[in-house]
Ligand binder design. Structure first.
Ligand code: ATP
Length: 513
């Protein structure tokens, strides 16, 4: 199946099976805002738990907080968001569509890379077994030409972005002959800066309302609570503060479903360290976070690091963890070495000292920070895209199955009486009444067993149990495994032991060790 088709199918599957709905659906939706349905919310909570527990439970020196979305407006002045949280935007005069200038250019860079990959694939086909890929990449003039074009463009683009030279960004778009995908023309406006923060007002206008912002990241809530937590928790450096919460960005181009939303959720951890140790800690957190992702079992080849060349003015190292989505490798998480920029800025703007007294060194300093920042929704999307599968069965039918990691699946067990009579429903309820304290169970008695299995496959339920007449006699049931579709007769009293461990977040965490 073409990757574009996979993505379309994932989007409609999410809606059809109660994972993700467009916000305000009966009013035809609201741009780039989504709601999570009955299955989506369970899966999202599991993802959040996996992250939270891996941070807060697994590290003695990491604690959590939950700060407010509304914050003092000066915080956003201090953090640089009021002046610099901008995207360069450009409009196409014919289609009236708006784009991010940086994204248009990055897509062009990716096109050169795709061309190279196509050349290599063509050559592989032509030469068959005798194909020496490395040699071909090094010697093919066509490949060399595309790589040279890519590198030149990359260099020019990096320079323009570092200098935020808007005229140069526009010139690149013209020189590269980038066209609007809708109108197909090159009738571009100037490039302008656009601030991504949403504003609102607090208090009534009569007594002087002040403009406040919906937070565009959760991190600042951690920075401004640094002292509170350090003092009350008697935390010693190195230590971390973790937080999960909503963030808001007025994204210019909000496409690709829940990949880029205007209201989304972040899981961020700020790790406070001694100045000078940041590059070592940066490496440690890169490794730790990559291991967390790969622990889900989606295959190491689907992840890569993308180191930043344009570093934000406060950062001295930054990388993204990218996941192979159906629309290419895309950022899911950022890991940034933010120096002492944020804490120093808050010291300056608040006039309060945010220094740490290091008892070992017998001196005070403003801590440095390594940040790990991951979007819950992007993580959700990556899990969905990877797990969605269409399988051809031996009987010629196709089954749609979400091969979710069991610990992330919204429903862990479906219990199904073979028929709606003869005491089978009651027996099924008995099983659920016992197991529902341990994990999420669903009762299902409607339609044929085959149809019920399909329904559970489509939401990724790892186990189904069928209660039949024999169950009444000997307290055994058939357990069916989602991935293999194999069935086994087991004692009802063994179900908890078979299932609990495999569907728990604990099992995932133990594998991390
Ligand atoms: P991008 O370059 O894609 O706009 P970013 O580099 O601005 O992302 P960060 O500011 O580093 O993103 O935010 C950290 C994480 O928050 C991202 O890795 C992503 O998972 C998530 N995130 C950021 N913006 C959005 C959004 N608009 N919708 C959903 N998730 C987002």
């Amino acid at each position: 199946m073409a990757q574009e088709d996979v993505f379309k199918k994932v989007v409609s599957h999410c809606k059809e099976y109660g994972f993700v709905f467009p916000s305000s659906d009966i009013y035809d939706g609201l741009g780039a805002v989504y709601d999570y349905g009955q299955n989506g919310v369970e899966m999202k909570n599991n993802i959040k738990q996996y992250w939270w527990q891996s941070m807060v439970l697994m590290h003695e020196n990491i604690v959590g907080i939950d700060s407010a979305i509304f914050m003092h407006p000066t915080i956003w002045k201090a953090s640089g968001h009021v002046d610099a949280f901008n995207d360069p935007l450009i409009d196409n005069r014919d289609s009236k569509k708006r784009y991010r200038a940086d994204v248009l250019i990055e897509e062009q860079i990716a096109k050169y890379e795709e061309k190279v990959e196509k050349e290599v694939a063509k050559a592989r086909k032509r030469f068959g077994d005798a194909f020496d890929e490395q040699k071909y990449r090094e010697t093919s003039p066509k490949v060399a030409e595309d790589l040279a074009k890519r590198d030149a463009l990359h260099e020019r683009y990096s320079k323009a972005m570092n200098a935020m030279d808007l005229d140069e960004l526009r010139q690149i778009i013209l020189d590269e002959e980038i066209v609007c995908p809708i109108s197909g023309t090159r009738n571009w406006t100037e490039v302008r800066q656009f601030n991504l923060m949403f504003k609102t007002e607090m208090g009534s206008t009569a007594d002087g309302a002040s403009t406040i912002y919906l937070r565009p990241e959760t991190a600042q809530g951690i920075f401004v609570n640094y002292l509170n937590v350090q003092k009350t928790g008697r935390m010693k450096i190195p230590f971390g503060i973790a937080q999960i919460g909503k963030a808001f960005r007025n994204e210019i181009v909000a496409r690709q479903f829940i990949f880029r939303m205007r209201e989304f959720e972040q899981m961020e951890m700020q790790f406070f360290i001694k100045p000078g140790t940041e590059l070592d800690w940066f490496q440690t957190w890169k490794k730790t976070r990559m291991a967390w992702h790969q622990n889900l079992g989606f295959g190491a080849e689907n992840y890569r690091f993308h180191d930043h060349e344009k570093l934000a003015h406060y950062a001295n190292a930054a990388t993204d963890i990218e996941f192979k989505m159906p629309f290419g490798f895309k950022e899911v998480e950022g890991i940034h070495s933010r120096t002492n920029f944020d804490l120093s800025q808050h010291e300056k703007f608040s006039g309060k000292s945010i220094k740490y007294f290091d008892p070992e060194l017998n001196e005070s300093y403003t801590p440095y920070v390594i940040e790990t920042s991951i979007g819950v929704d992007r993580m959700f999307l990556s899990v969905m895209c990877h797990s969605y599968q269409e399988e051809q069965l031996e009987n010629g039918e196709t089954r749609v199955v979400l091969k979710l990691p069991a610990a992330i699946a919204p429903v862990k067990l479906a219990v199904m009486p073979l028929t709606k009579k003869d005491g089978l429903p009651e027996k099924a309820r008995e099983i659920i009444d016992e197991l529902k304290f341990h994990f999420n169970c669903q009762y299902d008695e409607k339609d044929s067993i085959g149809k019920r299995y399909r329904r559970q496959d489509a939401i990724g339920t790892p186990y189904c149990v069928t209660v039949d007449h024999q169950s009444l006699e000997d307290n055994t049931v058939t357990i069916r495994f989602r991935d293999t579709m194999e069935q086994e007769r087991v004692n009802i009293s063994d179900l908890l032991g078979i299932i609990e461990d495999k569907v728990s977040i604990t099992s995932l965490l133990k594998k991390l060790k």
